[in-house]
Design a protein around this ligand. Structure first.
Ligand code: FAD
Length: 150
């Protein structure tokens, strides 16, 4: 069985878009390094206000990773939406994929009924997972398009 944890937190990264992107690169790079060591996969959705993340892996590793993440000063008030055992991974090839909410991906949000700001306290884990899977698919096709163009 795979353990799956979905949480949200308030983004406290200061500064404009550039600072945000620099911080996110650092977070994703540390995540990919640690998660590949620990067998953790998942997806991180974020905008200027919120983070919503899915972590999946062995139970002890997921708990340990979440405990480390929850203490990070770059966000606050981490709140678990759902914690459960599942039969397989949903993001097997992503040690941690991430998607910032930009106008480019707004269409994907609209398809999931998110026209306005995210209200994570009202989100169900299935909504988060379905949105993350479509953001992942969008990212995969964007990267394939870039490869074809080069
Ligand atoms: P290093 O990256 O070497 O960092 C050393 C210490 O400095 C850590 O305590 C780190 O928290 C702190 N630190 C580093 N850069 C900054 C900074 N710019 N501002 C403040 N403190 C800083 N980590 C994972 O392993 N997996 C994940 O999936 C994951 N997801 C995350 C999601 C979010 C929303 C956030 C905010 C962080 C996430 N992290 C994740 C990062 C995690 O919180 C730890 O920072 C990281 O795991 C520590 O990695 P490290 O032990 O290699 O330390």
């Amino acid at each position: 069985m795979i353990h799956q944890l979905v949480y949200y937190s308030r983004n406290t990264v200061a500064g404009g878009d550039r600072a945000m992107l620099t911080n996110m690169r650092e977070i994703l790079s540390a995540s990919q390094r640690n998660n590949s060591r620990d067998g953790i996969t998942g997806f991180l959705i974020f905008d200027k206000t919120w983070f919503v993340q899915i972590l999946e892996g062995e139970r002890a590793k997921v708990t340990e990773t979440y405990a480390r993440i929850a203490c990070d000063p770059r966000h606050s008030a981490a709140t678990i939406i759902n914690l459960r055992d599942v039969h397989g991974r949903l993001f097997p090839n992503w040690t941690m994929g991430g998607a910032m909410r930009t106008p480019e991906v707004q269409e994907v949000y609209l398809q999931h009924g998110f026209g306005g700001p995210l209200e994570p306290a009202r989100l169900k884990s299935e909504q988060v997972i379905n949105l993350a899977l479509d953001l992942q698919a969008y990212e995969v096709s964007r990267r394939q398009g870039q490869k074809l163009a080069s």
